[in-house]
Ligand binder design. Structure first.
Ligand code: MN
Ligand code: MN
Length: 447
């Protein structure tokens, strides 16, 4: 190995110094497209829709599952029985879901509110007092589906979780532990305040129901069969004087979803058949029918590609990138990171041999052989990369979908950009890392 090759990970060289001038220009252009994707796509359903449109435009083969999972396939020169090159990312992000019976009137505060149940691992204090938009679907009793987006355009109203003024929060919030100061049950969203005139018991709630019926034909019972998600209403923005960073909601894991989408759309005639898979419900443990734990979708794809293959032996020969983000070293909190092994913004795509927590529990631990293969691929293509481990050994940890695919006998490794303020309404990434991720995924899918 040459001295130059060893620089990429171990000297923690900045990706901005490794990428060429032309590549940096491309990284900034790529970021513009990425920000548009983040602004237009804030839910798993919207992601599948956009992925479908972009696949169709690029004349790529796409298979979808329940509007919440998608696979783009590019046939390889080698037969399917020699295995696939698969990248899997998730398209769900933490948020506030509406409960089944969400609407109520609080007569003391003169407000109508929606009850919520938070989705995924959030720090609750980050979700109060910010403008929220509502996205999702309402399915009426006759099966008619109403697709709902409100709060994204300047002229549309937004929604918000109220919080107590500091003058009165001493006893009920300030002296409590930060994770107990705001309760899940208090993450209710303000949705209106103007009563109807007339002789009604709950005049504000009645007015909201009237408005919903006029505008969308929705009745109160229709909320029972709905999936409405309150997400941050703000747009993706450049961050910093140098515009080197992106601040936006939902970068975990749409950074990887977008990079792997662009990577497979740019693949032509790969050696092995290339597959980019986009799944739902990672943030709540990959439980459900359109998730990484359900292998029937993948099995059906393999059978469609070649009905004669033995699906299990194809999986044994397949190689996978689990495309998910890692935690970026955070200023003022560097103590929780073991800095030699932690990932930082701007040092390229992060390769994690293993995830899990406390003694590698529930981790996919990639084989040394596979790590070597990926390392060589990245070095040969001069793609900036770094290693990453989520925090000090005893400080916490986290998992990805990697383990569900390694259970099928595939070689799997975690590879994705570092994210600052992960799971917050305003996650931060580096444009150099996002572009490095695209380059890495593209190089992998071409093999
Ligand atoms: Mn993730
Ligand atoms: Mn996550």
């Amino acid at each position: 190995m040459t001295e130059k090759e060893s620089e990429y990970a171990y000297k923690k060289k900045s990706a901005w110094e490794i990428l060429t001038k032309t590549q940096i220009k491309k990284a900034f252009d790529f970021a513009e497209e990425y920000k548009t994707f983040l602004n237009d796509v804030k839910t798993e359903r919207e992601a599948v829709q956009r992925i479908n449109e972009m696949a169709k435009t690029s004349k790529k083969k796409i298979i979808m599952n329940r509007g919440k999972e998608a696979a783009i396939i590019v046939p390889g020169k080698k037969p399917v029985h020699e295995g696939l090159r698969i990248i899997i990312s998730h398209i769900d992000s933490p948020r506030l879901d509406l409960k089944q019976v969400p609407l109520y009137e609080d007569s003391e505060s003169n407000l109508a509110l929606f009850e919520t149940h938070y989705y995924g691992g959030i720090k609750k204090f980050q979700w109060v007092v910010i403008p929220l938009a509502l996205h999702g679907v309402v399915v009426k009793k006759d099966g008619e589906k109403i697709t709902f987006t409100l709060g994204e355009n300047e002229n549309e109203p937004v929604f918000s979780v109220p919080d107590l003024l500091p003058h009165l929060s001493h006893e009920v919030q300030d002296t409590k532990k930060i994770n107990e100061a705001i309760k899940g049950e208090s993450l209710d969203i303000m949705v209106g305040s103007r009563p109807v005139s007339g002789d009604f018991k709950e005049k504000i709630k009645t007015a909201i129901l009237d408005k919903l019926h006029t505008d969308y034909g929705i009745t109160e019972e229709d909320f029972i069969s709905a999936e409405l998600e309150a997400v941050p209403a703000h747009k993706a923005r450049d961050l910093g004087f140098d515009k080197s960073l992106i601040g936006a909601y939902g970068q975990d894991d749409r950074a990887c979803a977008f990079a792997s989408l662009k990577a497979i759309l740019d693949v032509k005639n790969p050696g092995h058949t290339a597959l980019s898979l986009f799944v739902d419900k990672e943030e709540i443990g990959s439980e459900g029918s359109a998730t990484a734990q359900v292998t029937t979708f993948l099995r059906s794809i393999l059978k469609k590609l070649d009905p004669s293959v033995d699906v299990d032996s194809v999986m044994l020969k397949s190689k996978v990138i689990s495309a998910d983000v890692n935690g970026a070293v955070t200023p003022n909190y560097t103590d929780v990171f073991e800095l030699k092994n932690a990932s930082s913004l701007g040092n390229g795509i992060v390769m994690s041999k293993y995830t899990g927590h406390g003694g590698k529990y529930a981790a996919n631990d990639a084989s040394a052989e596979y790590v070597a293969e990926i390392r060589t691929m990245l070095n040969k293509a001069k793609i900036p990369w770094q290693t990453g481990e989520l925090g000090k050994v005893d400080k916490g940890g986290g998992g990805t979908v990697a383990k569900y695919f390694s259970r099928l006998g595939m070689e799997v490794i975690d590879l994705g950009p570092a994210v600052m303020s992960m799971h917050s309404p305003f996650e931060v990434t580096s444009k150099a890392d996002i572009y490095s991720s695209y380059l890495a995924y593209n190089a992998f899918l071409k093999t």
